[in-house]
Design a protein around this ligand. Structure first.
Ligand code: SF4
Ligand code: SF4
Length: 145
């Protein structure tokens, strides 16, 4: 009997406390600003220096570019990340000299096909929600969308 009363006491106390559960996936979970989620790429800021691909510990970045026809520097043609093996370690964004690649709050990559885990330049460019506030400006200091 005492056990039942004790148990009911715990239940009643817990019922009045603030809920710690989330209605995920119906309601998105707010992530902390420095959360390391799937990358956003701004191709206009990329100088095709290849540093992100060279530092990547799992070798999952591949990119190509060509010489700019009119001025110094290169133009990015393709940029792919294989999320089968990306460990979201943040090294590629740390070395990027122009902040062309940054981490976001996006973490949902579940898929029925492994082929869907190869993300290209267009996909990475559109993946632009939840960029860390410190990275959410372009080279001209203008806020990204
Ligand atoms: S987060 Fe890490 S593993 Fe993923 S692409 Fe960047 S460097 Fe490679
Ligand atoms: S490190 Fe940055 S600028 Fe260099 S190739 Fe990678 S994304 Fe582009």
């Amino acid at each position: 009997m005492m056990g039942l009363i004790k148990g009911m006491g715990v239940t009643l106390k817990t019922m009045t406390k603030k809920k710690v559960t989330h209605k995920y996936p119906d309601e998105p979970i707010p992530m902390p600003d420095r959360f390391r989620g799937i990358q956003h790429l701004d191709p206009d800021q990329c100088i095709v220096c290849n540093q992100c691909a060279r530092v990547c510990p799992t070798d999952c970045i591949s990119l190509t570019g060509h010489k700019h026809p009119e001025k110094r520097g290169k133009v990015l043609d393709t940029f792919d990340i294989n999320f089968e093996i990306c460990i979201l370690c943040d090294l590629c964004t740390e070395v990027c000299p122009t902040e062309a690649i940054v981490m976001t709050h996006q973490f949902e990559l579940a898929s029925y096909s492994r082929d869907d885990l190869y993300k290209n330049l267009e996909w990475l460019h559109q993946n632009n929600s939840g960029i860390r506030s410190e990275n959410n400006v372009n080279a001209r200091g203008v806020k990204k969308k």
